[in-house]
Every structure is written in C-alpha cells, then in structure tokens.
Design a protein around this ligand. Structure first.
Ligand code: CP
Ligand code: NVA
Length: 297
C-alpha cells in the first residue's frame, strides 16, 4: 500500500490489517515507539475540520513525527497554484501528505506528482479514514461485522455512503442505505460497485428494522451549504427513537460528526449513544496512526 486514497482501492486484507494495527496501537498508546522520527507530514486542508486535523496532528506527534498544517489560505494553492506543482514542491521536502479537499482527482494527482505517501482526509467522493474508525468501533462494540446488518440513513451518495458501500463490497456485510430518491446513488455507480449485499431504499424504517448498526451523517455535506432546499427531501429520515424502535436488540448508533441535532439525528438519540459516538471519534486517532505506520517509508 503506497497511498490511502479510497476504500474502493483497498483489499479486504488491507482493511483488516489496518484495523488489527489500529487496535494494537490503541492498546500500546504511549509505548508505540517513534516510527515517524525525523519525518514531517503536511496536512493540506481546503475544507474545515476538527476531528481529522486534531487526530492526525496528535497521531503524527505520538509516532515521533512533525505535522505541518497548511490551510488553503496559507499556501499558494488557495491563489490558484495547480495541485501538481504544489505536489512536486512538497514531494521534495516532506515525507507524506494528508489532504482534505473537494475533488478526488486532486488527491490522486497529488499522490502521482509528489511521489510521497498521500492520505485522503475527505473528498467529495470518499472519507476512508472515517470508515476505518467506524469499522474499528463496530468491532469493539459488537465483536465483528459478519452477519450484522448495517443501515445508513441519510444522503445516499455522499462521501460517507460511498466509502461505506465500498467497505460492504470488500468485507461482505449487509448494508442498507435509506435515502430520498434524489440522493440515491446513480445506476452507473451501483453497476460499478456490483455488490448484491448493498441495498438501496427510500424507506428509513425498513432500513432500520433489525439493524445492528444505524449510521447517519449531515444532510448537507461541506460545499453544499447553498443547497438548503435539499434538506426538505429528508423529512422522515431523522434518526430518532421512533425510527429505532424496530432495530435489533443491542444496536449501536454511529455518527461521524459534526452532528446537527434536530436534523439528521435527535438530541435524545445522540446523547443516548454518545458513548459509542465519541469512542468512534477517538478511534480516528488510532485508525490513522495505523495508516501512517503502514505508509511510512
Ligand atoms: N468526522 C470528521 O471528519 O470530522 P471533521 O470534519 O471535524 O474532521
Ligand atoms: N459528509 C460530510 C462528512 C463530514 C465529516 C461532509 O462531507 O461534510
């Protein structure tokens, strides 16, 4: 594995290997050695972040390296310097890069032109680091995902759902995505996915029925703030007590955060499942340390 650009590009073995390493690093926290000693890793972010930025900065330091945060306003990228030029400069100076941006192609181009390990820290297409943390949380809470029913209630074609659908394809668990018809994945995506274990529905109650894991995310992802009318379509898609009444006994609720209470999730359900949801947030640190260790050169 040279880069971590998407869940789509990972094999099942690579995913489970990263999860095993993350669990080990979590146990070993404070005694993990200094595998990134002497290395500088750049964080290039053109979108906001709390969890991703903090977990990568802390993780790099805990592994002995130095994180360098570069928001688009700090560097010439924000004034129009092409990503391929930024990549060729940074590739000669830093040891790895973590990129949060809009176009997946920018992350792909950066990895090719920089020739240094490159990590997708969220694009419009995928959020692979988050899904690894989510899978680790499911393992910790439920043992394993085999035989489990995982529901995703919300935008069916966001970065989160796309990464979840690829994770289901690779790992084989049952995934039901409930989404308003206008936000469902297009036929060409589903044809490329070719996963009979991934089901799409417009009925959130049907998706939640018997689900062991109920997952949600914001209705409007970063960059969609001007599409307020889209929110109207999510009426009935809030993860609340009523929606969860027929979920499997012992079910867990996941939210990648930030959460908008009263929209995609009720205050009551977020607080009832806060223990799991903030464990999920903490697991970003451990999952990303595993990624950094796997990519280190
Ligand atoms: N879940 C997540 O990626 O959070 P941030 O946007 O705060 O990094
Ligand atoms: N789908 C959300 C995830 C935030 C972590 C977004 O892209 O804004």
């Amino acid at each position: 594995m040279k880069h971590l650009l998407s869940i789509e590009q990972l094999t099942a073995k690579e995913i489970t290997g990263l999860l095993d390493s993350a669990a080990h690093l979590k146990l070993q926290r404070g005694r993990e050695g200094q595998p990134l000693a002497g290395q500088t890793w750049a964080l290039i972010f053109t979108k906001s972040s709390t969890r991703t930025r903090v977990s990568f900065e802390v993780g790099i330091r805990e592994l002995g390296g130095f994180p360098m945060f570069l928001s688009k306003n700090d560097i010439q990228l924000g004034r129009g310097e092409p990503i391929k030029d930024t990549a060729r400069v940074l590739g000669r100076m830093v040891h790895g890069a973590i990129i949060r941006t809009f176009a997946q192609q920018d992350v792909v181009d950066f990895s090719e032109f920089s020739k240094i390990p490159t990590i997708n820290a969220l694009t419009d297409d995928e959020h692979p680091c988050q899904i690894l943390a989510d899978l680790l949380t499911i393992q910790e809470k439920l043992g394993i995902w085999e035989g489990r029913r995982i529901a995703f209630i919300g935008d069916g074609y966001s970065n989160m759902t796309r990464s979840w659908m690829w994770a289901a394809k690779r790992l084989g668990f049952e995934l039901v995505v409930a989404s308003p018809p206008s936000c469902q994945p297009p036929a060409e995506f589903l044809a490329a996915l070719d996963a009979p274990n991934v089901h799409i529905t417009a009925d959130p109650a049907a998706a939640a029925m018997g689900a062991d894991v109920i997952n949600t995310d914001v209705w409007l992802s970063m960059g969609q703030e001007d599409q307020q009318e889209k929110e109207e379509e999510f009426k009935g898609f809030q993860v609340d007590a009523d929606l969860l009444k027929n979920a499997a006994p012992g079910h867990i609720v996941l939210h990648c955060l930030p959460a908008y209470r009263g929209k995609e999730i009720s205050e009551e359900i977020l607080e009832l499942h806060a223990d799991t949801i903030f464990q999920q947030a903490e697991n970003r640190l451990h999952a990303q340390k595993a990624i950094l260790v796997a990519l280190r050169r």
